[in-house]
Design a protein around this ligand. Structure first.
Ligand code: HAM
Length: 421
C-alpha cells in the first residue's frame, strides 16, 4: 500500500473501534464512580489564555517546553494554549463562576503536551480526574485518593502502587528549600549536567531525576517530611490514618515530587507495576492550596487527581483485564432477496432496543454470512425467498453449532430476547 499523504500528527493517534468503545466504557465507569461520590461533571474549553497555564510553574517543562500555544486572530491577538492539564482550567472556572464551596467536579478529555513521543507518552493524551475546591479538610484528601484507588480496582487492575508524600506548605517550604539547595549546591559537581541546570531553576525537580549519576546525592538529600510544621504533619497523619481505615495500602515516598509546581501538602502518584518504569505513572494528584489565589480568586484550598486514560489501558493490557465491551450488535440480518426486507427487520429490532446490523450491496449468502461472523453478533436473522413467502425469518445462532429455527416475523423480537437472556 502506498504511504498516505497525510497521517495523524506526531505524538497523536486515531483511536479506532473497538478500542474506542473500550475507552468510552472506561470513561463511563469513571463518571459513574465520581458521581456516586458527589462530583458533577465540568466541561471546560480545550484552550485557555496562556496565562492560566503559566501558573503551573514558570520553571516546569510543561510550561517552558511543552505548551502548544498560539495567537488568535483578534485585535490585539490573544495568546492562547491548548490545555496541558485541567486543574488550572477548573480553578479558572471557579474564580469566574464562584460556585459555593466545597465544589466537587470531575472531568475527562484530551490534554496536549509537546513531549518526545514514546510508548505511553503522547502529545495528545486523555485524562479523567476530579477536583475538590474550597476545603482543606484532610477527609477530602482521603476521599479523593480512595476514589482513584477504587477506580483502578474496579477495572480489575491489581498491580497498582499508591505513592504518598507531603510537600509541606508555604510556612515550612522555605526552610526545606534552603536546606535542599544548600545540599545540592554543595554536591553539584557530582550531579549530572542536566541536574546542575535543573538545580538553578528548581531544586525540587532534581529529586525526580532517574539518572544514575544523581542517585547518591539524591539519596542523601534532606527530606520535606523532616521539615513539616505541626499543622502540616497532623494533616498528613490524618490522611494516612484515613487510608489505613479504608484498607488502602500506600508507600511513603518522601522524594516524590510532581512535574507541576502548584502542589502543597498531600501529593500522590499511582504507579502501574505492570508497565516499564519510565511511563508507569498512571495517575497523580495532590493539594494545590494556592492556585485559585494565584489565578486571581479568594484563598481557596484544593485537592484532586488526574489519571492517564492511555496508560491505564496499557496497564489493563499488561494485566489482561478490562477487555473490550461486548459488541452492541446482537443480530446480523442477512437478506438475500435484495436488501429491502433487512431494512424492516433491522428497524424492528433496533426499535425494541436490540442492536442490529446488515450487509449492503446485495451480496451472496456466503459473503453476507462472513460479514455476520466478523461482526461478533451472536445471532443471524436470515431472509431468503422462502422466508419472505411464509412471513418468517431463519434465526441462526452464531456462537458455535447451536442450530437454527424458523420464526414468524412478529415473534422475532421475543425469540431474540429469549436467545440472548
Ligand atoms: P500529571 O502527573 O501531569 O498531573 O498527569 C496525570 C497523568 O496523566 C499522569 O500520571 C499520566 O498517567 C498522564 N499523562 C501525563 N502526560 C502524559 C503524556 N504525555 N502521555 C500520556 N499520558 C500522560 C496532572 O495533570 C495534574 N493536573 C493532576 C492533578 C489534578 N493534580 C491535582 N489535581
Amino acid at each position: 500500500m502506498a504511504e498516505p499523504t497525510f497521517k495523524a500528527p506526531k505524538g497523536t493517534r486515531d483511536i479506532l473501534p473497538p478500542e474506542s468503545a473500550r475507552r468510552r466504557a472506561l470513561i463511563d465507569a469513571f463518571a459513574a464512580q465520581a458521581e456516586l461520590a458527589g462530583f458533577g461533571e465540568i466541561m471546560s474549553p480545550i484552550f485557555e489564555d496562556l496565562g492560566v497555564f503559566k501558573r503551573l510553574g514558570e520553571s516546569t517543562d510543561v510550561v517552558t517546553k511543552e505548551m502548544f500555544d498560539f495567537f488568535d486572530k483578534g485585535e490585539p491577538p490573544q495568546h492562547l494554549a491548548l490545555r496541558p492539564e485541567l486543574t488550572a482550567s477548573v480553578c479558572r472556572a471557579f474564580v469566574e463562576h464562584r460556585p459555593t464551596p466545597p465544589w466537587k467536579v470531575w472531568y475527562e478529555g484530551p490534554q496536549f503536551r509537546y513531549e518526545q513521543p514514546q510508548a505511553g507518552r503522547y502529545r495528545q493524551f486523555s485524562q479523567v480526574g476530579v477536583e475538590t475546591l474550597g476545603t482543606d479538610d484532610p477527609q477530602a484528601d482521603i476521599d479523593v485518593i480512595a476514589l482513584g484507588w477504587r477506580f483502578y480496582a474496579s477495572l480489575g487492575l491489581r498491580e497498582i502502587t499508591l505513592l504518598l508524600n507531603s510537600l509541606g506548605d508555604p510556612t515550612c517550604r522555605p526552610a526545606y528549600m534552603a536546606a535542599l539547595r544548600s545540599h545540592l549546591s554543595e554536591h553539584a559537581s557530582s550531579l549530572s549536567a542536566q541536574s546542575q541546570v535543573t538545580l538553578e531553576r528548581n531544586p525540587l525537580r532534581v529529586l525526580d531525576s532517574k539518572r544514575d549519576e544523581d542517585a547518591v546525592v539524591i539519596a542523601a538529600a534532606p527530606l520535606m517530611v523532616d521539615f513539616l510544621t505541626d499543622d502540616t504533619r497532623e494533616h498528613f497523619e490524618t490522611v494516612r490514618s484515613g487510608l489505613n481505615q479504608l484498607g488502602i495500602p500506600y508507600q511513603l515516598s518522601p522524594r516524590l515530587v510532581r512535574g507541576l509546581d502548584y502542589y502543597t501538602r498531600t501529593t500522590f502518584e499511582f504507579a502501574a507495576d505492570a508497565l516499564a518504569t519510565a511511563q508507569n505513572a498512571v495517575g497523580g494528584g495532590g493539594r494545590y492550596d494556592g492556585l485559585v489565589e494565584d489565578l486571581g480568586g479568594p484563598p481557596t484550598p484544593g485537592i484532586g487527581f488526574a489519571l492517564g486514560v492511555d496508560r491505564i489501558l496499557l496497564a489493563c493490557d499488561a494485566e489482561g483485564v478490562f477487555d473490550h465491551p461486548e459488541p452492541p450488535v446482537k443480530v446480523f440480518v442477512v437478506d438475500v432477496t435484495g436488501g429491502t426486507h433487512a431494512l424492516g427487520v433491522c428497524s424492528t429490532l433496533r426499535a425494541a432496543g436490540i442492536g442490529a446490523d446488515r450487509a449492503y450491496g446485495g451480496r451472496s449468502m456466503k459473503a453476507q454470512m462472513k460479514v455476520a461472523d466478523r461482526s461478533g453478533a451472536p445471532l443471524a436473522a436470515i431472509i431468503g425467498e422462502d422466508e419472505v413467502a411464509s412471513g418468517e425469518v431463519t434465526l441462526r445462532d452464531l456462537r458455535g453449532d447451536t442450530g437454527q429455527e424458523r420464526i414468524a416475523l412478529d415473534s422475532l423480537v421475543a425469540a431474540v430476547q429469549q436467545r440472548l437472556s
